[in-house]
Design a protein around this ligand. Sequence first.
Ligand SMILES: [Zn+2]
Length: 252
Amino acid sequence: MWKQVRILILLLVLLVVAVNAYRDQNQDWSRPVVVLLHPVNADGHANTQRYIQQLSLDQLQDAQQYLSAAAAEYRGQPVHFYFQLGREIQQLPPKVPENASMLDVMLWSLKFRYYAWKHSESADGSPSVRLYLNYYDPQYVHVLKHSTALEKGRIGSVNLFASVKQSDQNKTVLVHELLHAFGASDKYDLSNGQPTYPIGYAEPEKQPLYPQRYAEIMAGHIPLSENTSTMAENLAQTRLNLATAMEIGWKK
Ligand SMILES: [Zn+2]
């Protein structure tokens, strides 16, 4: 009798894990996509706090439009993206390990999922994705650490500058990380930042190939020659290519 109960419990646990894995992997694009954004004052500076206080959804409208338009192009019908500004969170997401072993990455991913669970409230509803926006004052921090997002769990830790001047660049990073959360992969060479040909090119069939006009959103840089590229300054300088559209399920 007890043995059967134990087996039943085990099967139930497996079922829950399987259902969660299935739900995580398949975004239903016919439904509205709710992206909940939680600002975090990552450096504790007063300027950063002032920046967080003036944040509004209006500033993100072009990012929503960018995504809806790209979705319409590949799917033949738009996807409705709704960004929501959630409450500020006092605790930083767990630090992404650098040069880490597989075990470190797994542990970090568990910690991050625990963090997201701990800081969620039932009033949040059930957003499609949660992004934690870690703001740093550019006066003190000149180079941001790498942002990252987990497809399993649909959460991302995004490092941004607390500066109106950087808002275009912030939006490019935010959209890039959001697409990671839906399963898109990076499309540049990790050793030098150069976009990978052809999957990291917005127009891989362009003649002549260089200079490219746009950066692929998951590559982030506009290729100028085989070995040189320049960073996209805003979303208008980027495109979402077919490879990315296929990874996130916009195109079969
Ligand atoms: Zn990336």
